[in-house]
Design a protein around this ligand. Sequence first.
Ligand SMILES: Nc1ncnc2c1ncn2[C@@H]1O[C@H](COP(=O)(O)OP(=O)(O)OP(=O)(O)O)[C@@H](O)[C@H]1O
Ligand SMILES: [Mg+2]
Length: 276
Amino acid sequence: MTTSEPISPTTPRSDPGPGDRPDADDFSGLVLRCRGIRKSFRGNLVLRDLDLDVAEHDVVVLIGASGSGKSTLLRCVNLLEPIDDGTIHLDGEHITAPQVNPDRVRQRIGMVFQAFNLFPHMTVLENITLAPERVHKVPRATAREKAMALLKRVGLADKAHEYPDRLSGGQQQRVAIVRTLINSPRLLLLDEVTSALDPELVGEVLTMIRDLKNEGMTMVIATHEMGFARQVADRVCFLEGGRILEQGPPEQVLGDPVEARTRRFLQRIIEAGRLS
Ligand SMILES: Nc1ncnc2c1ncn2[C@@H]1O[C@H](COP(=O)(O)OP(=O)(O)OP(=O)(O)O)[C@@H](O)[C@H]1O
Ligand SMILES: [Mg+2]
């Protein structure tokens, strides 16, 4: 990204709706606070009293074995899954309170998955401007202007009128990220966004995420790319059995973990050649 204007907003939105009042607890500097999150699927307890704080501009990377609960946690934060117990606050607002409208909350959270989920029958530009125009009633010209500015910033302006199948996987994933940025999210949740990509395309997506970090975007990222975690994370959280077993700076958690189970996980990653 070339211009100095940041993509991510650095202050909370000034249009509070019902339930936007900060609670009495001190949420200063925190974008996300999860407390005592419990989630089970048909009796299978997947998140167990999980706590997580994410400060503004922080990049938190979730690592852990398959099934440890990383995706479920991200989906709970984005209110795609109801939690069974606990609370989630976004910018001090209790977003898991019953009266909260999930659509309104999701406007402030961007989420990108492993599968790009771009609409194949729409151009890149139409994919990006669909939600702003249809859902948020942003005038077409305004949405297009913002989309073009974002595409330009990530070097994809020349693809604006292409259909997704004419783009590489890396380019499609970058478009999927741009699609969330158009709402100026307070928080970006990225779930294995490079897992479906050919190895030579991973780098361009990781570079984009690094640029977002440098611009101050607050992010929670689930990844199996330990090298990337080491580079981009302010904090690495190792999940096991639906709990954060260990967390800290990447050099500590990835380089000198305290818990034997974290060490075993990393050993398996090294054996699989994924700790670069
Ligand atoms: N919709 C669902 N219905 C039933 N069980 C689910 C559902 N979603 C997740 N689970 C279960 O919850 C557990 C945690 O899954 P989750 O996808 O959060 O793990 P993960 O850490 O993201 O794994 P991976 O590294 O493979 O992506 C798994 O046992 C999974 O089978
Ligand atoms: Mg997952």
